[in-house]
Design a protein around this ligand. Structure first.
Ligand code: AMP
Length: 306
């Protein structure tokens, strides 16, 4: 990657969380997580993302240091005095894919009212990470003239906030969903049909993630497949979807032009970032990625489909 490809102004909005997670490989309590965290760390390998989020007093200097150490601009993270950071508790099934949400404590998220600085309003690229669609819209409303907007969502919002979600969907360039969410959103089980229906809802592209079976991108007459990086040990898939989207969006922000080649390479960047996220609890795997290992995994993905 050249230096000019690294120039990016990607705004990432989403949740910042402390997660308590159980997987067949072990468990962790109150570990750093949240969609904005995973996505911005993934994007940080391709540029300098700027995070918009809300945290409480318990979000300490070590967490800021981790983000800033990766070149992430944290000035858009609002800290609420006397408040507590969002907490999510989940347990994975033996297949390491399905999971149950055991607890969600919104804490400071309940009153989050994002107001963007002039710098953030001028962002050229925006990633609307997984949070309520009204908050996603509120952030997007403030960005003056974004060139490319990505959006993630989850089953909760498809069930509880579908009209709001569809309003945002009309305004974005790419939606990231997993295959269950694509089915929930469209009623379609066949991936091609689900993709077609989603594209009719507004976005130019849709990326449908299928866990260890890779991901597909559809839109503008394109269909691209990227395999998942085969892993010998999955510890915790939490954040893999956010990491995929963050890697994809970070790469696109750095690439400038939206060409079929850039989209293909962005899919590989996403897949590699998702693989890092699965290898340890919390951000342990993702934050430890290094450029040489990224190149190695990207080359491996290319060779897999040669
Ligand atoms: P993923 O595994 O990519 O779906 O993302 C997992 C992350 O989503 C965890 O770190 C959670 O903190 C976060 N999360 C879970 N539920 C919510 C929610 N309702 N709103 C925002 N973020 C959430």
């Amino acid at each position: 990657m050249t230096d000019s490809e690294r120039q990016t102004d990607l705004l990432v909005v989403g949740s910042v969380a402390f997660d308590s997670i159980e997987t067949p490989a072990g468990s962790v309590d109150n570990a750093l997580g949240g969609s904005a965290i995973f996505a911005s760390i993934a994007a940080s390998y391709f540029g300098r993302p700027r995070v918009v989020a809300v945290v409480g007093d318990d979000f300490g200097a070590d967490s800021y240091a981790l983000l800033e150490g990766r070149g992430i601009d944290t000035r858009g993270i609002q800290k609420v005095a006397g408040g507590k950071t969002f907490h999510w508790k989940g347990r994975y099934h033996d297949n390491m894919k399905d999971r149950d949400t055991l607890d969600t404590c919104l804490h400071v998220f309940a009153d989050f009212d994002p107001v963007l600085s002039p710098l953030l309003r001028r962002s050229s690229h925006v990633f609307l990470g997984n949070i309520g669609p009204r908050l996603q819209a509120q952030v997007l409303d403030q960005v003056e003239d974004p060139r490319f907007v990505g959006m993630d969502t989850m089953n909760l919002w498809i069930s509880n906030a579908l009209p709001d979600l569809k309003d945002v969907l009309r305004r974005v360039d790419v939606l990231f969903v997993n295959d269950d969410e694509s089915h929930q959103l469209t009623g379609e089980r066949q991936v091609l049909n689900a993709a077609r229906e989603i594209l009719e809802l507004g976005p130019e592209y849709v990326v449908i993630k299928r866990g260890e079976h890779g991901a597909l991108l559809f839109g503008n007459g394109l269909c691209r497949f990227v395999p998942a990086v085969p892993l010998s040990r999955v510890v915790d898939p939490t954040g893999a979807g956010d990491a995929f989207a963050g890697g994809f969006m970070g790469f696109i922000a750095g690439a400038g032009e939206i060409t079929p080649s850039a989209l293909t390479r962005a899919m590989r960047a996403g897949s590699v970032m998702a693989s890092f996220a699965c290898e340890a609890f919390s951000v342990g795997g993702l934050a430890a990625g290094d450029p040489a290992e990224i190149e190695r995994r990207v080359a491996f993905l290319e060779s897999m489909s040669a």
